[in-house]
Write a protein that binds this ligand. Sequence first.
Ligand code: SF4
Length: 196
Amino acid sequence: MLFNESLNDIERDIKNCKRCPLYKERTNPVPGEGGFKKKIMFIGEAPGKNEDLQGRPFVGKAGELLDRLMSEIGLSRDDVYITNVIKCRPPNNREPNDSEIIACRTYLIRQINALKPKIIVCLGRISSRVIAQMFNIQFTSISRDHGKVFKSPIRPIKVFFTYHPAAALYNRVTLRDLEEDFKILKKIIEETEGSQ
Ligand code: SF4
């Protein structure tokens, strides 16, 4: 395991990566980006079409919704680091499979070790499952555990589960849940900042 390496080192390795077959069809890998002023990471599932074209995370319609939700609780992209579990787009936006998740997980672990976030916000089921497993947290399902914060027993990190913004684009009930979750997240951020 590499510690104290820079995000640039990790980004360079992602750009050269051929650890799983997804490198063959990508236009650009999407390592992640953000200013990280608040020591918060947002982690989604995988790049979609727009992200693949631009090499940036959450730049399509789901990204617009994420920007709005963040702005409503006083966050900007300079405050948080945004990435995905998988750094290259799966064809036709299919779900990443287990072998791709295992192959790509090494970069997420390295990013977390480099950034040392205080709060990780998991966007969607795949991200929630991967992060829960990484930090020894009991995760059952997104419908049951969204809007809740869990403390990792192995690292000083709070993990918050919520829906992926893409799931809320055409579903008003999920959108309402997501908006409520972000209000809870605001309180968790304030509590975390207050305890520093
Ligand atoms: S998805 Fe991850 S593991 Fe697969 S080629 Fe891209 S960077 Fe490498």
